[in-house]
Design a binder for this molecule. Structure first.
Ligand code: NZQ
Ligand code: ZN
Length: 390
């Protein structure tokens, strides 16, 4: 196990009906001027917007709104948010939504302090060390873990770039995690979010660092929790415990708990971010399509032991011959996504082979998968994996 620092200062307020008593207090620590950030309107349909506006009114907040944050949030929206913060002397950002809304809020928060255009922060990539406005979140979709981590992913469709950035000041100060706020998440997004959570776990689980039983066994438990609860939430969207388990898994899958102490970079996210950058598809769907194909592609004598462990401990496969067990585990992963209703080929989400070479080139250029992935991937490998998804 490698050395690591694990510092996640987000104050998590998990559970039902906490906003009325706790949201005003959480915001007042920072001031009265609030930038309320949200997406395309789901919070207006399900009543959360009215509830929040009502509470902010009673708390005598001055509220400015940044609405219409896109899934795969755009740099233009970030710029709009930075201008609003400057114009209205915002003290604190309240992000109400899924990962896209929270990610947008994070870069607005950092952009407020930057003399450069916010896209320069993104191009600076990981390790933003500057200041950021404080962020409070109300999570409405279990998926990215953005509610409890330092990362943000922003798209620039003009240049076909979708890039991640992160820094300690971007970690939310307080996150309200009420599973009931995810009852209205449609089945497609519930499945996509669950695939994203699983992918965050897979990406660190399949890793070359030896001696990481704690991370791996915690990870296996979280995977099993998602595999158990996603189908329940799909069938019964207002099943509180199913939603609660998905929500908490979302946060724990990407707050460093299962990733710290390991080195190397992720493979499927690097390949998926190009699909989203070029075709604006749903992140979790792209991951679900790629993951079983990537698993098959990297299965070898070197990796078979870990894939067999995955099959045994996550899927309960009894087969003892490692290579057969490994293949059964990969098949089970594919079948799970399929059963969740995810379209499991790229053409089904509107992607053909026309830009595979270009996307493969970008996937390698925007990451270090060629040197540092679990199994290093060159452009030809990425293209071959895309082809398996046809
Ligand atoms: O925009 P609204 O109207 O709110 O609708 C959203 C959106 O259409 C809807 N939704 C969210 N909560 C809902 C709801 N609909 C009904 N009821 C609710 N309670 O769901 C749609 C998708 O929302 P979005 O925020 O885009 O989804 P997600 O949370 O999956 O975020 C995806 C983004 O996060 C990035 C992805 O690349 C993508 O851009 N990621 C961020 C990470 C991070 N910050 O650590 C890591 C991830 O790997 C990922 O890359
Ligand atoms: Zn992800």
């Amino acid at each position: 196990m490698d050395n690591f620092k694990f510092y996640v200062p987000t104050d998590i307020r998990f559970g039902k009906d906490r906003l009325a008593d706790e949201l005003p207090e959480a915001l007042n620590v920072y001031g009265k001027n609030v930038l309320l950030v949200y997406g395309g309107g789901s919070i207006k349909k399900n009543g959360l917007y009215n509830q929040v506006i009502d509470l902010l009114g009673k708390n005598q907040n001055i509220v400015v709104e940044l609405s219409g944050v896109e899934p795969n949030p755009r740099i233009e929206t970030v710029r709009r948010g930075v201008s609003l913060c400057r114009e209205h002397q915002v003290d604190v950002i309240l992000a109400v939504g899924g990962g896209s809304t929270i990610d947008c809020a994070k870069v607005v928060a950092a952009g407020f302090y930057s003399e450069e255009d916010p896209w320069a922060i993104i191009l600076g990539r990981k390790g933003y060390q500057g200041e950021a406005l404080p962020i409070v979140t109300i999570l409405t979709l279990a998926a990215t873990g953005s509610e409890m981590n330092a990362g943000a992913v922003i798209s620039n469709l003009a240049t076909n770039q979708k890039l991640g950035v992160g820094g300690p000041s971007m970690i939310p100060k307080v996150s309200f995690l009420d599973p009931a706020n995810t009852f209205t998440v449609p089945t497609y997004q519930t499945a996509a979010g669950s695939a994203d959570i699983l992918s965050h776990l897979f990406e660190s689980y399949f890793n070359v660092t030896p001696g990481t039983d704690v991370q791996d066994f915690v990870s296996e438990g979280l995977m099993r929790a998602v595999i158990k609860n996603c189908p329940i939430a799909l069938k019964s969207p207002d099943n509180y415990d199913a939603r609660a388990n998905l929500m908490w898994a979302s946060s724990l899958a990407l707050n460093g708990l299962t990733r710290n102490g390991k080195h190397g970079v992720w493979s499927c996210h690097a390949m998926e971010h190009e699909l989203s950058a070029f075709y604006d598809i749903t992140h979790g769907i792209g991951l679900a399509i790629l993951t079983p194909r990537w698993m098959e592609y990297v299965l070898s004598e070197q990796t078979v032991t870990k894939f067999a462990q995955f099959a045994h401990n996550v899927w309960g496969i009894k087969e003892e011959e490692p290579i057969i067990a490994a293949k059964k585990g990969i098949q089970a992963t594919y079948d799970f996504f399929k059963t969740c209703g995810i379209p499991m080929t790229l053409p089904e989400v509107g992607i053909d082979d026309e830009r595979f070479a270009e996307m493969a080139k970008q996937a390698v250029a925007h990451s270090t998968i060629k040197a540092d992935a679990y199994v290093p991937l060159a452009e030809a490998d990425v293209e071959a994996i895309y082809r398996e998804c046809l």
